[in-house]
Write a protein that binds this ligand. Structure first.
Ligand SMILES: [Fe+2]
Length: 465
C-alpha cells in the first residue's frame, strides 16, 4: 500500500508518497495517491465521469504534478488541435512544481506530444519504462499513442520488454494484460493475445479493453459466432461505460456484417454506434466505415445516416489530429454534397502535411483519391490509392479498421471491371488472417479459389470475411 513521507526538495517541504507499484509521487499524500490510482483504474476501464472528478481533484491538489500530466495526456488523447493549449497549461503547471526524474520524463513526453514530436515523445516514455517498467501510465500512453502512428511492432516490443515485471501480485496487472493482448494480436500472435485477454477478464469481466483485444482475435481468426456471443453478452453492460463502448458495438456490427445480416448492422449503427451526431473521432470512424462497407455490398444506406455523420464531421474536420479519421470525415462530407467543407478538410491536412506531418499529407492524398472517385474518376482514384497502399499503415488503426481501404480499392476495381486487380487485392487482404505458418496451406487454397472468382457476388461475399 502507498506510504507517506515528508522530504525536502528545492528548499521547500514537499510531500512525497508512492503509488501501489512503489513509484514515487510528488506533491500528494497517501490518500491522494489512492484517489489518483482510482482515476487511472477508472480511465483504463473506460468508466464515465473520470475527467470531471480529475478536474475537481486538481483544484484541491494543485501541487500534484503527475495529476497535471495525466490531465494533459487525457486532453491530448482527444485528438484535437484545440486541446493542445489546454494540455500545455497543465504541462506548465507541472513543470513549475517539484518532481522526480521519472515525473520530469513524463513532462517531457507530454511536451513532445503537444509539439507532435513523436520521436522525442516515445523516447521519453521508453526511458521511463527502461528504469521503471511498472510505470503503468507510461506503458499505456506509449502503446496507445503508437497505435495511431502505425507502430504495431513497437507496441509489441514495448509490451514484451516489460512483461516479466508484471507478476500476478502487481496491482493494476489487468491493465497491463489487456494492452499486452492487443499489442500481440496486432502482430498476429493470436493465441498469446487470447490468453492474456482472458486473464484480464478473469479479474474484471467488464474490462472493455480486454474484450476489445479478444474481439480482434476472434475477428482475425474468423470466429464470427464466438464474437457475436461475446459482444451480445457484453451488450448488457456496455452502455454503463464511456464513449469507447461505441467501438465494441462496432465490432459486433462487423461480426454481423460477416454473416451478411446487413439490416442488423444498420440497426446497431442507429441504436448504439452512431445514434446521434458525434464529433468524437472513433465514433466517426465507426459510423463511416460501416456505411462504406454496406455500400460496397450494394446496400442503400440512405442520406440521413450520412447527414448525421457529416454534422459530426463538420465540427472537428479541421481540428483533427488522428489522421486515420480524415478520409472518414471526407466521405461523410462528400456524400452530403459539402464541397467547400471537403476542400477545407483536405487543405487543413495538406497544410499540416507541409508543416512536417507525413501522416497528415498521406491523409490528404487518400482523401483526394476519395474525392476523385466520387467525381467519376474511378481509375485515377484507384491508381492513387494503389500507389499509396503500402503506406496506409502509417495512419495507425487496427487491421480490422484498415480494411476500409481494401473495401475502397476493391470497390473501385469492381467498377472498372479490373479482375486481375480485384484478385490481387483480395489475396493481399487475406494476409492478416494467415500469420501462422501452419495455415500456409490454407492460404494457398484460398488464393487458388480467388483465382476462380468471376462475379461481383463472389467478391462481395469474400469482403464479408
Ligand atoms: Fe477495434
Amino acid at each position: 500500500m502507498a506510504g507517506f513521507t515528508q522530504g525536502r526538495y528545492r528548499h521547500v517541504t514537499t510531500i512525497q508518497t508512492t503509488d501501489p507499484r512503489g513509484l514515487a509521487l510528488t506533491g500528494i499524500d497517501a490518500q491522494g495517491a489512492e484517489t489518483f490510482e482510482s482515476f487511472i483504474n477508472d480511465s483504463y476501464y473506460y468508466r464515465v465521469g473520470v475527467q470531471d472528478r480529475l478536474d475537481s481533484f486538481l483544484l484541491e491538489q494543485p501541487a500534484f504534478g503527475m495529476g497535471h500530466v495525466f490531465k494533459g495526456y487525457s486532453l491530448m488523447s482527444e485528438g484535437l488541435a484545440s486541446s493542445h493549449a489546454k494540455a500545455a497549461t497543465h504541462l506548465q503547471m507541472a513543470q513549475a512544481l517539484p518532481a522526480t526524474p521519472r515525473e520530469r520524463l513524463h513532462q517531457e513526453a507530454l511536451r513532445a506530444w503537444i509539439a507532435q514530436d513523436w520521436r522525442a515523445c516515445g523516447f521519453a516514455w521508453e526511458q521511463i519504462l527502461a528504469k521503471w517498467p511498472l510505470d503503468l501510465l507510461a506503458f499505456r500512453q506509449h502503446t496507445g499513442t503508437l497505435f495511431w502512428l502505425g507502430g504495431k511492432r513497437q507496441q509489441a516490443q514495448i509490451a514484451a520488454s516489460v512483461a516479466s515485471h508484471w507478476g500476478t501480485e502487481i496491482p493494476g496487472r489487468p491493465h497491463f494484460l489487456s494492452a499486452y493482448s492487443f499489442a500481440m494480436e496486432e502482430i498476429g500472435h493470436y493465441a498469446e493475445a487470447e490468453r492474456a485477454a482472458r486473464q484480464a477478464l478473469e479479474s474484471q469481466p467488464q474490462d472493455l479493453w480486454a474484450l476489445h483485444a479478444l474481439s480482434h482475435v476472434l475477428e482475425m481468426q474468423g470466429r464470427t459466432q464466438e464474437g457475436i456471443s461475446l459482444l451480445e453478452e457484453s451488450g448488457n453492460f456496455l452502455n454503463d461505460y464511456n464513449l469507447f463502448r461505441g467501438h465494441l458495438w462496432w465490432h459486433l456490427a462487423i461480426f454481423k456484417y460477416s454473416t451478411r445480416a446487413f439490416d442488423e448492422v444498420l440497426e446497431l449503427l442507429d441504436r448504439e454506434i452512431y445514434p446521434t451526431s458525434s464529433s468524437f473521432y472513433l465514433d466517426i470512424q465507426n459510423g463511416a466505415s460501416l456505411l462504406l462497407r454496406l455500400e460496397a455490398q450494394g446496400v442503400s444506406v440512405g442520406m440521413e445516416r450520412w447527414e448525421r455523420l457529416a454534422q459530426g464531421s463538420l465540427q472537428t474536420a479541421t481540428q483533427n489530429t488522428v489522421w486515420f479519421t480524415t478520409a472518414h470525415q471526407v466521405l461523410a462530407l462528400l456524400r452530403t454534397g459539402r464541397v467547400s467543407a471537403v476542400d477545407e478538410t483536405i487543405n487543413y491536412a495538406n497544410a499540416q502535411g507541409h508543416s512536417g506531418s507525413r501522416r497528415a499529407l498521406l491523409a490528404a492524398q487518400i482523401s483526394e483519391a476519395v474525392v476523385a472517385g466520387s467525381q467519376g474518376q474511378v481509375q485515377r482514384a484507384l491508381d492513387s490509392l494503389l500507389s499509396l497502399r503500402h503506406e496506409f499503415g502509417l495512419l495507425g488503426a487496427s487491421h480490422a479498421q484498415q480494411d476500409l481501404y481494401q473495401h475502397m480499392m476493391i470497390s473501385a476495381a469492381m467498377q472498372l471491371d479490373d479482375w486481375p486487380r480485384i484478385r490481387q487485392l483480395l489475396k493481399e487482404r487475406s494476409i492478416v488472417r494467415f500469420w501462422n505458418p501452419a495455415s500456409l496451406d490454407q492460404l494457398d487454397a484460398f488464393a487458388r479459389q480467388i483465382d476462380e472468382f468471376e462475379t461481383a457476388e463472389q467478391v462481395r461475399a469474400e469482403l464479408c470475411h
